[in-house]
Design a protein around this ligand. Sequence first.
Ligand code: C2O
Ligand code: CU
Length: 510
Amino acid sequence: MPPVITRRRLLAGAAGAVGLAGAAGAAAWAGGLLRPDPQLVAPDADLVGRVEAARRRAGAGTVTATLTPRPVSLDLGGPVVSTWGYADTAPGPLIRARAGDLLRVEVANQLPADTSVHWHGVALRNDMDGVPGVTQRPIPAGGRHVYEFTAPDAGTYFYHPHSGVQLDRALYGVLVVDDPAEPGGYDAEWILVLDDWVDGTGRTPDQVLAALDSMGGMHGDGGGMGHDMGGMPMSGMETMTSPLLGGAGDVAYPHYLINGRVPAAPVTLTGKPGQRVRIRLVNAASDTAFRVALGGHRLTVTHTDGFPVVPADTDALLLAMGERVDLTVTLADGVFPLIAAAEGKTGQGLAVVRSGAGDPPPATARPSELDRQVLNTAVLRAADPVRLPERRPDRTHRLVLGGGMMPYRWTINGATFHDAEPLLVRYGERVRLEFVNRTTMFHPMHVHGHTFAITGTTGTPGARKDTVIVTPNQTVAVDLDATNPGQWMTHCHNIYHAETGMMINLAYRT
Ligand code: C2O
Ligand code: CU
């Protein structure tokens, strides 16, 4: 029976297979023309421009960069893979600005496919958010696009395509926004990006997605769990579970990387004993949360998702896809493994920290810190200057997370993205989002264009974040001020979940 074609589906069809995007509610690119829903604030509405103008800092600079997504050959430190990247290394170029600066980034698409660039975590103007089908046209193969926006808040961010499962290639890079007034208080800074890697090892991410999708048509054969899907071992929640997360992922990756390297050929970070190092840690993986620890050290978490927290000491921490933390460590004397263990999976990423003499750790190093205190960023508390002021929500939206492996389909409020009713909000409101997880897997839920405050579950004031882990049967409530008008994707940052439906539009209405 053919599916019922709704208006939304029709618009989505006209916009083509844009992936991680579509045409829900707000505005659809159809035939190359933006067709706004007059009830909703368009991505390029006057109000968007006025809010942007108010963001500019007097005397702000302009930071320019060029990104050239293209087919590349990457040496992961042994395995050489053909993939798509922003550079001949992963991650792509570091972009660095000061809070209030204008960023002007030209994207020259040399991929054989449409692409886009999303500025994850940044409260930017909606028409620069990089969601094809919603905030812009896709950038066609051979095309160019200029992103120009003010980055208002200091912090550790990253950028990636919002097109299909392209993030699961080497298409990611870090954006650091420095606070001109920050005291600093550290001697060195290391930027570390975690990733799960499959592309060029016999399967592309699109083939992984197709294999997951096809499991829906394989009823009665055991669900496709744990058997080999044409060279790519796939397993489901039966095997990839974690005591901290429940179902921890859908894809068993052949490699886990730190700064683009497999553990057999890790990057080495050097310092001196007694130095205080700030580590900016980004999880750019598509289907993997990492448990991170540095052998012989305690970690002090100072920021999450860019925003400062009341500093918290821990042995290890859990970092889901799309989350970031800034850590401070005081270096001991010697050689130490920094491990990012794939949570609930087999394998890990490794970086070597060297502040003295000694042999490098083996690729399989497993410091005991990993099995001591493991911090979930959701329990962190906001630092005073960034605490969201107390206010009763004007409106509460419940987002019931549903779906599963059989068929491979993930939903919010019972619908996949193209069929989902937008979550309506008005400019100026305090909005509460309640993420209710009715699945057996964890979902790192991400909201574009806003930094919410975690509410209720832990102490107040809850940490300011843009991505939060929601474990099976858990409800996580977050509050945000609707001060950034436009149409904002709200989705699971498991790229395969988002792509197969777990995404909804947080829509400002007029
Ligand atoms: Cu990094 Cu729509 O997200
Ligand atoms: Cu998910």
